[in-house]
Structure formats: structure tokens, C-alpha cells
Design a binder for this molecule. Structure first.
Ligand code: NAI
Ligand code: MG
Length: 399
């Protein structure tokens, strides 16, 4: 097996420890790689005025594959206040390095699998007929369009004259908003392109076909957001009809979906949505399988083969400085397994997933979240496993 170079982007807070422990698991599982560390996050904003330095983009351009921990983002005023004084006069504005990575490399496909592990004490349970306790086994993969829509950044407060004039050409704008002074208007656009919409839909159908999911659900709101959601659903109908007739196409509204996912979560297979609704529905499903300690993700560009693999949780600053780290590394380990799938190291991915499943099923080693403790430094004394002990247990189970 040729040795690969992986860009390690630890970022801030707990991103550092979960990435370090995950690399130990990868090594123990026999994945042969060199890791080069890339600079990203708050420290580089404070000292250089750029949380995503060009040298980091160059590293990823060269090596293509990155494992990413998490970063800290703060609101505009706090970001300015923490900027090094000599940079404060330069008029720099903080923007999220994750969003920056997505846009720079066109990482438009975001995949967020949510699968229940047998024996996870955090699994969602519900009551059936006669108060019977039911534990649905969730196996859902959310495909989120990652670069456009409401997170595309095309927005204004007190919009410029030309934008205002354009808005005034729309009868609904004239009727509902033209009496509001321009200075009191904030506008965020929701732009969908056919090209990106087709790419996320095809990625979703292809995944369903490859892994035997019976349905693809478009989770948008086409009855109200007629143009963007409407276009996505219409294109899904065409793609399904012409290329994937064996896969069922379902259509749910995001609001109803958030209710149904607790009623019948095991009904769903692949779900596909735009940027914001994909973000929302994936957090909803993540809650059913154990929450942030278990929620993993991949974002990639199928053309360039550039991919960034990361847990969906953030830097959890309140746990970052504990003498012994208590956070759950499983979301990061699972994200690394998605990386292995992406680079065709499926055997090692399967081996690690089996080891994680075994540790969870045995129930002897549980981080504080799994043990349902509140996150304080004393959880270790109370019997919770540290981040390192959880990684050790996974490594033991690999054997
Ligand atoms: P967060 O995800 O960092 O933490 C929220 C809470 O979830 C934690 O307090 C903890 O109770 C739990 N948690 C998170 N990861 C866990 C793990 N591995 N094991 C066990 N419990 C875990 O979100 P929060 O507190 O809203 O944001 C903190 C910082 O992270 C902010 O600066 C935010 O902007 C940033 N952030 C970064 C993301 C990224 O790097 N992709 C995503 C979300 C937030
Ligand atoms: Mg989110």
C-alpha cells in the first residue's frame, strides 16, 4: 500500500485532542500515512488576521485530503476585539474558515450519516402500543448542498440602490415591503444553481444505489419556496425517472420532517436538501443517534478529489482546557472512517467501525456524554472514560 499524506487541521479547542486520538486509532488500524499539520482557526485570526492562511490552502491543494478537528468562531465585535492591535486598523473582517474552505475548493457535496449503534445508551427510544419501549435503529445519510443557498453569503442590510430597484420589480416585494424604509431592510438570498442542485441530487441517488437504500427523500419546502425548493424537487423527479427508477423518491417539507423524524426515523434512507435545511435535518437525526459525540461528516468535490472530513461538533471551549480531556472522540473517528471510504481504504474503515461498535455494545468504556453525566472535570472520578481511554478501548478492540 502506498503511503499517503494527510493534511491534519486540528483547529481550536477540543478539535486538537479528538484529532490526535483519531490519528492514534488510524495508526493502530494499519493505515499508513504521513500527517502534515495545517494552520487554521482562531489563533491565526488573532495573530495574522486570517483564520485560513494561504499556506493551508496550498497544503490541501497539494495533498487533497484533510482531517479537520473544529474551530472557534466569535461574533463580529468579539472577533475585532481579539485581533492583534497592529492589525486592527486594517479593516479586516472575520469570516468562518470552514465556509472559506468549502467555497475555495468547491466542496459542494456534504455527507452526514446518522446510524444508531446497538447498545448506545444515548439512542432515541419511544413508546409503542401498550407502553412498549421501542428503540428504532436509524440508518440515514443526509446529503447537504454545501456551497449555495442561504449560506451563500449574498446578503445586504440597507441594500444598495440597484439591488433595491431590482427587488422593486417583484410584485410581492412592492406589495409587502415597499412601505418599509430601505434602511430598515435586511435581505439574505437563497440562490440555487441547476448545476450544483443536479450534483447533490445525483450524489444522493448514487449513494442510495451503491449501498442499497430503498428511498431518496428530498427535504425542502417546495409548496412555499417555489423557485429553489421547487427546482430541486422537479429535478429529482426527472433524475429518478430517467436513471434510478428502482429507488423511491419521497418529498417531505423540512418542518414536517423534523416532526416525523422522531415518529418514524427508521423509515428514512438517503435524504437530500439545500444548505440550510440539510444543516437542520442532519442535526435532528444526529440527536437520535447520540448527539454531537457521534455526528460525523464528509465534504468533498468529486471533480478535484479534494475532501475534508470532520465531526460536526465545534471546539467546545468549556472543555478545551481540562487537564484530562473528557470529550467523546467517536465523531472524529467516524469522520476518519468516511475519509478511508473516500480514498478506497474500505477494509480499514470497516475494521475501525467494527471496533467502535464493539466498545459501544460492551458498554464498559463510556465517555461522560454516553454515561449521561454533565460535563465537568470530575466525571473521570465518577467513572467516565477520558478521550484517550475511549481511543485506547477502540484500539484494543481492533485486535
Ligand atoms: P460545540 O459543538 O463546540 O459544543 C456544544 C456542546 O456539545 C458542548 O458544550 C458539549 O456539551 C457537547 N459536545 C460537543 N462536542 C462533543 C464531543 N466530542 N463529545 C461530547 N460532547 C460534545 O458548539 P458550541 O458550544 O455552540 O460552539 C463552540 C465553538 O465552536 C464556537 O466558537 C462555534 O462557532 C464553534 N463551532 C465550530 C464548528 C466547526 O468547527 N465545524 C461547528 C459548530 C460550532
Ligand atoms: Mg450545523
Amino acid at each position: 500500500m502506498a503511503k499517503r499524506t494527510i493534511v491534519a487541521l486540528p483547529g481550536d479547542g477540543i478539535g486538537k485532542v479528538v484529532l490526535e486520538e483519531t490519528i492514534r486509532v488510524l495508526d493502530a488500524a494499519g493505515f499508513k500515512a504521513d500527517y502534515v499539520e495545517g494552520d487554521i482557526g482562531w489563533e491565526f485570526w488573532k495573530t495574522e488576521g486570517n483564520p485560513l492562511p494561504q499556506r493551508t490552502l496550498d497544503l490541501l491543494e497539494k495533498h487533497k485530503i484533510a482531517l479537520f478537528g473544529a474551530i472557534t468562531s466569535k461574533p463580529k465585535d468579539a472577533a475585532f476585539a481579539e485581533l492583534s492591535p497592529k492589525l486592527q486598523e486594517k479593516g479586516l473582517v472575520y469570516s468562518s474558515p470552514i465556509v472559506g474552505l468549502r467555497q475555495h475548493f468547491g466542496l459542494d457535496i456534504c455527507m452526514r450519516p446518522c446510524r444508531s449503534y446497538k447498545g448506545n445508551p444515548l439512542n432515541f427510544i419511544k413508546r409503542g402500543i401498550g407502553d412498549e419501549i421501542i428503540e428504532p435503529m436509524v440508518d440515514v445519510v443526509i446529503f447537504r448542498q454545501n456551497t449555495e443557498g442561504l449560506y451563500g453569503g449574498v446578503e445586504w442590510s440597507n441594500p444598495p440602490e440597484k439591488v433595491y430597484e431590482a427587488l422593486m420589480t417583484h410584485p410581492k416585494f412592492v406589495k409587502n415591503f415597499s412601505k418599509t424604509p430601505k434602511e430598515e431592510l435586511s435581505v439574505s438570498t437563497r440562490i440555487f444553481t441547476k448545476k450544483a442542485t443536479e450534483r447533490i441530487l445525483r450524489a444522493a441517488f448514487e449513494h442510495a444505489k451503491k449501498y442499497g437504500y430503498k428511498s431518496v427523500t428530498v427535504c425542502e419546502k417546495p409548496n412555499v419556496i417555489r423557485e429553489t425548493s421547487g427546482m430541486m424537487y422537479k429535478m429529482a423527479q426527472e433524475i429518478q425517472k430517467s436513471d434510478y427508477p428502482e429507488i423511491e423518491l419521497w418529498n417531505t417539507n423540512i418542518d414536517a420532517q423534523m416532526m416525523w423524524l422522531t415518529k418514524n426515523p427508521d423509515n428514512y434512507g438517503v435524504i437530500v436538501a439545500g444548505n440550510m435545511f440539510g444543516d437542520i435535518v442532519s442535526d435532528g437525526f444526529a440527536g437520535l443517534i447520540g448527539g454531537l459525540g457521534f455526528a460525523c461528516s464528509a465534504q468533498f468535490n468529486p471533480d478535484s478529489g479534494i475532501g475534508v472530513f470532520e465531526p460536526t461538533h465545534g471546539s467546545a471551549p468549556k472543555y478545551a482546557d481540562f487537564d484530562v480531556s473528557i470529550v467523546n472522540p467517536i465523531a472524529m473517528v467516524e469522520s476518519a472512517c468516511m475519509m478511508l471510504d473516500f480514498i478506497d481504504e474500505n477494509e480499514i474503515a470497516t475494521k475501525i467501525r467494527k471496533a467502535v461498535a464493539k466498545v459501544i455494545a460492551e458498554g464498559k468504556v463510556q465517555t461522560y456524554d454516553m454515561a449521561k453525566m454533565s460535563g465537568k472535570a470530575d466525571v473521570i472520578e465518577k467513572g467516565a472514560a477520558s478521550t484517550q481511554e475511549m481511543a485506547d478501548a477502540i484500539i484494543q478492540s481492533l485486535k
